[in-house]
Design a protein around this ligand. Structure first.
Ligand code: 5GP
Ligand code: MG
Length: 190
């Protein structure tokens, strides 16, 4: 698997450092009086990509929280270009009056975040904030506000730390690019 890697973009040490910084910001914004009401928080990772990021992030958030789950498919089959997002399933619990923190691995066209954010707002939460580990320099991403962003990266296809290609590579500890011949060999021909 390591031999499929073209280059390491962000190391696990850099990720770990940034995750702690993001958690610090999130703590500040989610501790009364910064938030209204009794501070009931639900963290919702968008599965499967945000699973590892969220698992690390929440262990630096010493606050009362519930976890909701939501699965979105954005790359049907194997592809390096988003073909639109659709909701596969959700198990987010009762969100009325709660402060929601939506977590995703990467903000690309913004379609996923906009889809999920609009859907969650219909469930009557007190607030919805968005946290993404990575953001690409696309017009869609620029048009999609995110409250917490780990890293701005170039417009390249990346895997590792939860991000996949054809459901593989999620367990790589670093964020990396794949060799071109590997992508070509896995991507279906049009
Ligand atoms: P968007 O809906 O913003 O276009 O895309 C967001 C979703 O597309 C992410 O949650 C992620 O699943 C997928 N995605 C976008 N860019 C990449 C990438 O470079 N690598 C991988 N593995 N997934 C990506
Ligand atoms: Mg995703």
């Amino acid at each position: 698997m390591q031999s499929d890697v073209e280059r390491v973009l962000i190391t696990q040490a850099q990720i770990a450092h940034r995750v702690r910084e993001l958690a610090g910001q999130i703590m500040l914004d989610h501790t009364p009086p910064a938030i209204s009401g009794d501070g009931q928080i639900t963290i919702i990772p968008i599965l499967t990509g945000a699973m590892i990021f969220t698992a690390d992030l929440i262990r630096h958030l010493p606050m009362r929280m519930k976890i909701g789950l939501l699965t979105v498919s954005s790359y049907p089959g194997q592809s390096v270009r988003s073909r639109g997002s659709s909701l596969i399933s959700q198990q987010v619990g009762d969100l009325s009056g709660r402060h929601v923190l939506l977590v995703d691995d990467i903000l690309d066209s913004g379609g996923t975040i906009r889809l999920v954010r609009d859907l969650l707002w219909e469930m009557g939460p007190a607030s919805v904030k968005v946290c993404v580990l990575l953001r690409k320099p696309t017009p869609g991403a620029a048009a999609t506000p995110a409250d917490y962003v780990g890293f701005d990266i170039p417009d390249e296809f990346v895997v590792g730390y939860g991000l996949d290609y054809g459901d593989l590579y999620r367990n790589l500890p670093d964020i990396v690019t794949l060799r071109r011949d590997i992508i070509d060999s896995l991507e279906p021909k049009p």
